[in-house]
Design a protein around this ligand. Structure first.
Ligand code: CTP
Ligand code: MG
Length: 187
């Protein structure tokens, strides 16, 4: 029998580094635009000033750190057989780097698509702000940490949990960031 509530909680809790990377990029970001200020052949910016190297690397590293803290908590709580990023330190690190860098690579991908369809930097992308980071994070996990991916997100329940919870969670975090004056817009 599938333990559905457990699958949902595992999927959500373990994806925390992927969720943390985006707001962390808001804190560390703002320096060195990833597209070097250049335009795409369509005359619009490739990515725009909202995607910077300090955000990309800073956010990803903070995502990895959040995962390491979680792993220590799982260990101390005696639940690391249920909540595990990997069976060795290198395996854990590969999972966390894939999840976090995948998350912010997906964020960049979303911005690239937003620019191509004419949404300016900071404009509301709705699902384009919310799903690409999840999908590319899943892709990176599938490529670099397949055992972990298949265990927690290879089932429909785990993958759907993240896809369904992400839009309202993203919205809530951005409203908080707006109120804390870290973001100019509440999306
Ligand atoms: N940020 C950054 N580098 C990244 C991602 C985010 O510096 N790789 C910072 C930027 O200051 C950005 C802010 O975090 O403005 C909010 O991120 P996001 O909402 O993803 O960017 P937007 O400014 O909305 O730009 P876009 O329309 O391209 O998503
Ligand atoms: Mg935005």
């Amino acid at each position: 029998m599938l333990n559905v509530p457990l699958l949902i909680v595992e999927a959500f809790v373990l994806f925390m580094p992927g969720f943390v990377a985006n707001p962390a990029a808001v804190i560390t970001g703002g320096h060195f635009p990833m597209d070097g200020g250049k335009n795409f052949p369509d005359g619009k910016r490739i990515l725009g000033d909202g995607k910077t190297w300090t955000g990309y690397f800073g956010g990803s590293i903070l995502g990895v750190l959040s995962g390491l803290i979680l792993a220590v908590i799982f260990y101390l709580a005696g639940i690391s057989s249920l909540f595990s990023y990997g069976s060795s330190i290198p395996a854990m690190l590969i999972t966390l780097f894939a999840m976090s860098f995948g998350s912010l690579t997906g964020d960049v991908t979303g911005s690239f698509i937003k620019r191509r369809i004419g949404i300016r930097r900071g404009g509301k992308g709705s699902l384009l702000d919310q799903w690409p980071f999840v999908l590319i994070s899943f892709l990176f996990l599938f490529v670099f940490s397949r055992g972990f991916f298949m265990t927690y997100y290879g089932n429909v329940i785990g993958a759907l949990t993240i896809l369904i919870i992400t839009p309202p969670l993203h919205r809530a975090v951005n409203i908080i960031g707006f109120k804390m004056k870290k973001k100019d817009v509440p999306w």
